[in-house]
Design a protein around this ligand. Structure first.
Ligand SMILES: [Fe+2]
Length: 396
């Protein structure tokens, strides 16, 4: 049977005009045993549509690793490194991941206690909750009524030393069913979104760029983000905004001299916009929590200076200012009408273009609601490509 692509079901809240290219269900092939020709079609579809869903799949950790690796054959280790000792132990991500012993690039994530799972006798899993990460929290009374929040909008990437993975594969093995929840933004806008329990929410980085006014497009196309060394250790004492889209500037980040040893040469400086290798389109790809500085190029010669922000370029080192600028550019794209909240069924396999979307965990489970997922992404063999000289000319 030939491979076929069908649109993903959008929630009522979704703006269909903005999701025309986004997300496809892939039918007619087994993702664990793709032929080279089938894989090329899947790869092409991933870069064109950013999120791919395969339903009713059976996938071993070995097959999941092989599928993920096929997008970047030279990649080898898990996106945050395979070794979870030493400096990684202090990371904010450490408690969320349990490694499959046989295939250390595949992580077991979820909620509750899982027994005799792929060589793990007992794994205690905890679905990350905004209550331990955001500065403010939904009251327990509202939580009991099903109110929740986006946990943390992000790209899967170590953002130090290692390069951002091209693709992440998420395989739902045990998926508890429960009532839908209301995800509240709590940022004064009144925005909220109805979501399935334990959804993974996605937004398009392409849309994030496309909906910006021209002066912010010009700024984005000229800017690079310098990430903190060991960003997940750096941010661990800090608190997030109520939208999960970045950190409150309270000066709580770990000072550089208290971080694990680091080298200037391993710090990541990445363009704000990443060029899609298949479509050539630009995706706004910034992990707002890890951003420390902004480096802005001056306008190219001949560009219109009127109304331009930082026409002569700049280097912003004040982290609050950096965050304010990024938030202004990223917040529009997480509006309820632009979010795709995936409604998980057991044996769903979701592949997402990690260099083209932002995503977040949402919601809260009770301790007895057991959920088990396998997640795999691999530190890439290169850094993403930024805008070309023509792109800069076009958008300035
Ligand atoms: Fe993630």
């Amino acid at each position: 049977m030939a491979i076929s692509l069908a649109p993903l079901p959008l929630p009522e809240s979704g703006d269909t005009s903005k999701f025309a290219d986004f997300g496809r269900e892939v039918k007619g092939v087994n993702p664990g045993t793709l032929s080279p020709e089938e894989f090329e079609q899947v790869k092409d579809a991933l870069y064109k549509h950013d999120v791919l869903l395969f339903r009713d799949t059976s996938l071993t950790p070995e097959q999941q690793y092989a599928l993920t690796k096929a997008f970047d054959p030279q990649s080898e280790s898990y996106g945050h490194g395979n070794n979870k000792t030493g400096s990684n132990a202090k990371s904010i991500l450490h408690p969320d991941l349990k490694t499959i012993p046989r295939v250390p690039q595949v992580q077991l994530i979820g909620n509750g206690t899982v027994f005799e799972h792929e060589g793990l006798a007992e794994a205690k899993l905890k679905h990350p909750s905004h209550t331990t990460f955001h500065k403010t929290r939904v009251s327990p009374e509202d939580e009991a009524k099903g109110i929740t929040r986006f946990y943390r909008w992000h790209i899967d990437a170590a953002l130090y030393d290692l390069s951002p993975p091209r693709v992440t594969t998420l395989y739902g093995i045990t998926v508890p069913q429960g009532n839908r929840q209301t995800c509240r933004y709590d940022d004064g806008t009144g925005d909220e979104l109805q979501v399935p329990l334990g959804t993974t929410a996605f937004v398009s980085g392409k849309t994030m760029f496309e909906i910006l006014p021209s002066e912010l497009k010009s700024l984005a196309v000229r800017s690079r983000v310098k990430y903190s060394p060991h960003p997940y250790v750096w941010m661990a004492p800090a608190h997030a905004l109520s939208t999960g889209l970045g950190i409150e500037s309270e000066g709580l980040e770990l000072p550089a001299d208290q971080l694990p040893p680091w080298e200037e040469s391993k710090i990541k400086i990445l363009p704000i916009l990443w060029k899609n290798p298949v479509t050539g389109q630009l995706h706004f790809q910034v992990h707002p929590c890890g951003a420390a500085e902004l480096l802005i190029d001056p306008l190219p010669s001949g560009a219109q200076r009127e109304g331009a922000i930082y026409p002569d370029g700049g280097h912003i080192t004040d982290v609050k200012e950096v965050r304010d600028i990024l938030y202004k550019m990223q917040r529009p794209a997480i509006a309820p009408s632009l979010v795709y909240p995936h409604d998980w069924s057991e044996r769903d396999l979701v592949l997402f273009h990690n260099r083209g979307v932002l995503h977040t965990v949402v919601g809260a489970f009770a301790t007895d609601q057991v959920r088990a997922f396998h997640q795999c992404n691999l530190a890439a063999s290169d850094d993403p490509t930024g805008p070309s000289a023509e792109d800069v000319k076009k958008w300035c």
